[in-house]
Design a binder for this molecule. Sequence first.
Ligand SMILES: [Zn+2]
Length: 260
Amino acid sequence: MTFDDAPAWLLIGMAAAFGAVIGSFLNVCIYRLPLDKSVVWPASACPQCGRLLAWYENIPVVSWMVLRGHCRTCAAPIGVRYPIIEALTAAMFGLAWWYYGPGVLMASRLVFGCLLILLFAIDLEHQLLPNAITLPGIVVGVAFSFFTEPGWMASLIGVLVGGGVLYAVAELYFRVRREEGLGMGDVKMLAMVGAFLGWKLVLLTLMLASLSGSLIGLVLIASGRGGMKYALPFGTFLALGAAAAATVGRPLLTWYLGLL
Ligand SMILES: [Zn+2]
């Protein structure tokens, strides 16, 4: 059996399995990047007792379920974030293979998706969007644009529009409210989104993020939990908006412009 006659489900399954391994690496990055630790060294250990993990404790999703979310030695709980990120990344790789098919566009979208997962999880936990992700992300996004969507011109304009618009909003917000509503991390993140998706879809991303952010904010205020406003950082909404724009952005834009 050659690669070409392999049944589609088998290739999608292999892509998903590979994604689970990548998800496992993303977990390492989510844990170590905010602490300014190396993501390649040393090997994974229990953060509580420091014991190095055996290979069979490092199998994505499966190990967590077998160990029922606890370290085998010290019984410290292992966050449910680990299997969730692994399963999510696996699903993303399987779906990307099916939706885009193997090629440069799929590679670009997968790299972008991994960066979004990192930013989403780190922003949720630490209210932080590390430069170590966003700045290289901008460069990689522009580099991909020479070979696939949206093309290098749209990508470069996307960086300027994404970063620029949000920078202007942040500056305006600061002048009017005298408090910082948006951080420079959000600005660099949106510039990265612009690099990967181009200027049209970066504007859609900003629209979707603001819309979903306001909706959730209203729900929290209505339910008397208005203080929760700051518990959900804007970067998480930018990540969700960008994921939507990267997959269904074009049909969504066509539909929206048809309404005008
Ligand atoms: Zn332990």
